[in-house]
Design a protein around this ligand. Structure first.
Ligand SMILES: Nc1ncnc2c1ncn2[C@@H]1O[C@H](COP(=O)(O)OP(=O)(O)O)[C@@H](O)[C@H]1O
Ligand SMILES: [Mg+2]
Length: 456
């Protein structure tokens, strides 16, 4: 057997690794948890490509050099002995066929510059969540035909990943949430999940490692062992569980009460619509508007379209809309009202009590083990950003204001829940109804009217 045959014979991928080898989308991600055989799969796939496509140019990246050496340079030197030559000065393996595997690392944001103008048919990013989004985009520009390939080939990128890290958000958006923008096409992205339990080598040879993962604190365990992308350190709403809180949509029954919440900004306008049954046994967020660059009059149009003919009782909106604007001394509320938005009222913007309320609603059980608060899947941005909100590093209980992009939908949710005259865990006793709140929000004046209203 020659060295190549020997190597090929020794590679025995387990099922998710096999799926990774077989995938041929333009962006293929693998893993999602610790010990799922990610580095092995990446290495093996790149070697297979180098052998199968004479002349192919491949770049494999890690965040730091020590990781690169440990995870790839050393193992590849071992695998490729007698198959390809390694040159340490350029960190590349060259095959007699003209194929090349170059290894690199991107420690600093600016390290991408060294690849500017270069072309690789295949780029692998190991532990992709360690890279920033802009590093990822910079590398996509290098992923193109180099020109020495003898067979047709569509340039691709391969990723391995774990939840957490600076790149958590972009990796999750592309491969887990599958929320595509601009020219991104869903069919170009494939995610192949794999956990330590799929790795029969580790399971049999290193059971202590598996036990270590099983003994991690709950959140870290969920992220590292189970590959749960909604659980990562620093997460503000650890209560949020996509599998439970995102529920099958249904037609809102007649008689349910509807209201809305609006977080307005020129950078992003987020409006959420809520509904609950008269017995207040649950609450759903059933529709969202999420759009950037809307001036107030346009926002008014979009909100009217969002609400349609529905009886949305009130819209709790960012209180700063009450401030007078330079253009003509009108307030934001005035402009929205003039644009036909009904039921506007200033939201309660007390952040910490508001967040506590959100937590309360997320935690509460509704009937039959269903969470009290559920979100319809079409409210994509709320579902995407709520679990990504992190703790503020300066205030023990507040949510971080950055990345700003993550704050809009959670703020709207907070406004909405803060406007409610009841909590899920402690339904309001009739005699305790906060009449001034009700008057302000519902325009009702007395207990009878309120109870009557709640029954409708
Ligand atoms: N198909 C395989 N055949 C043999 N050993 C494997 C295979 N896949 C993974 N391993 C071994 O399992 C261990 C963990 O795999 P690794 O690729 O390092 O996981 P990860 O990068 O996901 O943490 C390593 O010792 C690796 O060599
Ligand atoms: Mg690894």
């Amino acid at each position: 057997m020659n060295p190549t045959e020997k190597l090929l014979n020794s590679l025995r991928p387990f099922p998710p690794q096999e799926a990774f080898f077989m995938a041929h989308a333009r962006r293929i991600a693998y893993g999602g948890a610790r010990g799922g055989g990610k580095s092995f799969a990446m290495r093996a796939k790149l070697v297979l490509l180098a052998l199968n496509y004479p002349g192919i140019q491949i770049l494999l990246l890690r965040r730091t050099f020590p990781e690169l050496r440990e995870n790839h340079i050393n193992p590849l030197r071992h695998w490729l002995k007698g198959i390809a030559t390694y040159r340490d000065s350029t960190k590349e393996f060259t095959f007699p066929s003209g194929s090349r595997i170059k290894l690199g690392y991107l420690n600093e944001e600016a390290d991408v510059l060294q690849y500017q103008g270069q072309s690789y048919e295949v780029i692998g990013m190991e532990e992709a969540t360690q890279f920033t989004e802009s590093q990822y985009y910079a590398m996509t520009e290098c992923c193109r035909l180099y020109g020495r390939l003898k067979k047709p080939f569509v340039p691709r990128m391969y990723f391995t990943c774990n939840p957490g890290g600076v790149g958590h958000a972009w990796v999750k958006r592309l491969f887990i949430d599958r929320d595509y923008r601009g020219g991104e096409r869903a069919e170009d992205y494939v995610f192949i999940p794999s956990t330590v339990y799929d790795n029969r080598y580790l399971m049999s040879e290193n059971p202590e490692y598996v036990r270590t993962l099983e003994n991690l604190p709950p959140l870290r365990r969920r992220a590292m062992l189970e590959g749960d992308w909604d659980a990562f350190e620093g997460q503000y709403f650890t209560e949020f569980d996509r599998a439970r809180h995102v529920a099958e949509p249904f037609e809102i029954p007649k008689g349910w009460l509807r209201f809305g919440a609006l977080d307005y900004g020129l950078d992003m306008t987020c409006c959420l619509l809520f509904a609950y049954p008269p017995d207040r046994s649950r609450l759903v967020v059933y529709r969202e508007l999420y759009e950037s660059d809307l001036v107030l009059s346009e926002a008014a149009r979009r909100i009217r379209a969002l609400v349609g003919e529905e009886d949305v009782r009130y819209l709790a909106a960012s209180p700063d809309l009450g401030g007078r604007r330079q253009d003509g001394g009108k307030t934001g509320f005035d402009i929205l009202r003039a644009g036909g938005v009904k039921g506007l009222c200033p939201a309660d913007n007390a952040r910490i009590p508001g967040w506590r309320r959100v937590r309360e609603f997320l935690r509460a059980e509704g009937a039959e083990g269903v969470p009290y608060l559920t979100i319809f899947p079409n409210c994509k941005n709320l579902i995407r950003t709520l679990p990504r909100l992190t703790f503020d590093s300066h205030s023990a209980e507040d949510a971080a204001l950055t990345p700003h992009e993550l704050t809009h939908a959670p703020d709207a949710l907070r406004y909405g829940l803060s406007s409610l005259p009841f909590l899920p865990t402690a339904p309001l006793a009739e005699e305790e109804a906060p009449w001034d709140l009700l008057r302000e929000f519902y325009g009702r004046s007395g207990r009878e009217e309120y109870l009557d209203f709640m029954k409708k």
